[in-house]
Write a protein that binds this ligand. Structure first.
Ligand SMILES: [Zn+2]
Ligand SMILES: [Zn+2]
Ligand SMILES: [Zn+2]
Ligand SMILES: [Zn+2]
Length: 411
């Protein structure tokens, strides 16, 4: 049942004989809530999809194959699955498979290719489709008084979803939407950190962190990564976590500085308000640029009709660079040449890219031993063996998530 619902949400809603599709009412209902309506629909779709994965799809052969290609879920969704959906058994089943696949695939010379995913995170794909469907519905229904009222009476849309709507809409419709949303923002005079974080970056957990690329630093001085208590904890993840909040804006890239969704919600509320305001303003400027683009009119209209039946345009690159993500990339760049005994997969990729090839053979045995521990976890979940005392396999779903997807919020 749950799986059928998630599949249905992938179908693009249409207008039947000029009447609104029932999805329109779902969108309208979401817009009357307290935050961004599209973020609310995305959150609901994520929970539904991951619930379905936990209860039905985890043993589906085709889905397991897709998960294998994607090397599991992305960092954001892997931790949602474990902590929010509370699905340690599903996690154990998925990640035992991934760890065995990694171990086998890196036995020969294909190592660098085998540690890179060849498919998207399944939950990210669902979220993207749901957000686009909702935004297409809003853009198509801007002549509806009730929809305009719903946008005006809530915060309208968060800034990243407004930018995406302006990208999907023909310029004149985008201009109208921008005016409506800006009016509802102005009416609210947002000052609280949480409201500002919502407005500038979306609801918590809705978007991934930035992925800035910083060249690895070639240095002969080792920074000496601290030892960790957990046997499967990545020392680079641990080191980054300790040093992350020491933000230095000089690490910035080509884009203006702000915050990503992950760090807008993870940081302490003091001292970051101006960065959130700046983030909000940068997105607003991007939305203005999109609705004032020179190709107003027929070509865009035609292209939009094309997108309605094919794939929507690619997401525009977020116009803002998160200062904390940039700081993280700089710290990771320093760690590339360390003598690692263990690394999570995202940090292993960085080490291999930095020509630290020795690291892979040292890590492979950990994949095998952790997959065996996960096998033990799965066995003890069987009602016949539930009475057996629990050992270190109890923590294996969490260790496997951290080893494949990286520590929470770090990849
Ligand atoms: Zn939103
Ligand atoms: Zn994902
Ligand atoms: Zn790591
Ligand atoms: Zn960030």
């Amino acid at each position: 049942m749950l799986r059928r619902e998630s599949k249905t949400s992938l179908a693009r809603p249409t207008t039947v004989n000029g009447k609104q599709h029932s999805y329109y009412y779902e969108v309208l209902d979401a817009l009357t809530g307290p935050g961004c309506g599209v973020c609310a629909l995305v959150t609901r779709a994520r929970i539904r999809y991951l619930d379905g994965l936990a209860y039905e799809s985890v043993n589906d052969i085709a889905i397991r194959e897709k998960l294998r290609k994607a090397l599991g879920l992305c960092n954001r969704h892997a931790w949602f699955f474990l902590n929010d959906v509370r699905e340690p058994l599903g996690t154990a089943i998925i990640y035992r498979d991934i760890l065995r696949t990694l171990y086998r695939a890196t036995a020969n010379g294909n190592a660098p290719r085998a540690i890179v995913s060849v498919g998207p995170c399944l939950a990210c794909t669902i979220e993207r489709v749901v957000a686009d469907n909702a935004l297409f519905t809003i853009v198509d229904s801007l002549d509806s008084i009730e929809l305009i009222e719903a946008l005006q009476q809530s915060i309208g849309l968060c800034a990243p979803h407004l930018v995406r709507a302006c990208q999907l809409a023909p310029p004149r419709t985008g201009q109208r939407l921008l005016e409506i949303v800006q009016q509802s923002w102005t009416r609210r005079m947002v000052t609280l950190h949480a409201s500002l974080a919502m407005l500038a970056t979306g609801a918590p957990g809705t978007f991934p962190k930035d992925q800035p690329t910083v060249p690895m630093i070639e240095s002969t001085t080792k920074i000496g990564l601290p030892a960790t208590d957990d046997p499967y904890t990545c020392p680079v993840c641990a080191y980054v976590n300790v040093n992350l909040l020491n933000v230095d804006p000089s690490h910035l890239t080509d884009k203006p500085s702000g915050l990503c969704n992950v760090h807008a919600w993870a940081l302490p509320t003091d001292g970051f308000t101006s960065l959130l305001q700046q983030t909000h303003q940068i997105y607003l400027n991007q939305a203005r640029l999109l609705v004032n683009r020179p190709d107003r009119g027929t070509i865009v209209e035609k292209a939009r009709l094309f997108w309605r039946t094919r794939h929507p345009p690619l997401l525009v690159r977020a116009p803002v660079a998160c200062v904390v993500c940039a700081r993280q990339a700089a710290i990771e760049a320093q760690c590339g040449q360390e003598d690692h005994q263990l690394l999570c997969l995202p940090h292993l990729r960085q080490a291999v890219a930095a020509a630290n090839a020795n690291v892979l053979p040292r890590i492979r045995p950990s994949w095998l031993s952790l997959s065996e521990l996960l096998g033990e976890y799965i066995r003890k979940e069987d009602y016949r063996f539930r009475h057996e005392p629990r050992g270190s396999e109890r923590d294996s779903p969490r260790w496997a998530t951290a080893l494949v997807a990286g520590a929470p919020g770090l990849a």
